[in-house]
Design a binder for this molecule. Structure first.
Ligand code: HEC
Length: 132
């Protein structure tokens, strides 16, 4: 029963990637390493991103706390989540993350995330943004 339900849901969401029942994306082992490598340098302590927005990306609790303006993750809807919109080139180039179209930040220019990394984060949010 459980397996069947899982298969149906996955088939709707991931028709192409599917080879069986896709496992849920893990925050700890898949999402956090991306944030660690590409975001934490600016989004922690005295980094530019934290200074300007109060957004810290050092752990789940801080990510979910968001910026001084509020949450950047809407569990279940990547399309409504600032965290996803800024990495998937859906916003003005000036606020894409990591900033890679200008050099005004002391931490330097970031490399855009790969499409695999973007998909991982999108899927994690769409699956409910769990602390898993
Ligand atoms: C080079 C420094 C730097 C890096 C690397 C960086 N950021 Fe940022 N981030 C900033 C700055 C500065 C701001 C505030 C910019 C602004 O609002 O124009 C910001 C703002 C944000 C915001 C808030 C946007 C909003 O309008 O509310 C989000 C979400 C964000 N960053 C996510 C990320 C993610 C995810 C990564 C890694 C993929 C990342 N950032 C990497 C510097 C950085």
């Amino acid at each position: 029963m459980l397996i069947k339900k899982c298969g149906v849901v996955s088939a709707l969401i991931l028709p192409v990637l599917l080879t069986g029942c896709e496992r849920a994306v893990s925050f700890d082992s898949q999402v956090m390493p991306i944030l660690q490598a590409s975001c934490v340098s600016c989004h922690s302590g005295s980094g530019e991103g934290t200074q300007q927005t109060e957004l810290k990306l050092t752990n789940y609790a801080q990510l979910m706390q968001g910026t001084r303006l509020g949450a950047v993750v809407v569990p279940g809807s990547a399309a409504s989540s600032t965290l996803y919109l800024v990495i998937d080139h859906k916003v003005d180039t000036k606020i894409q993350m990591p900033p890679h179209h200008d050099d005004k930040y002391p931490q330097g220019q970031g490399e855009p995330l790969s499409s695999d990394q973007i998909t991982t984060i999108k899927q994690w949010i769409d699956e409910g943004a769990k602390n898993n």
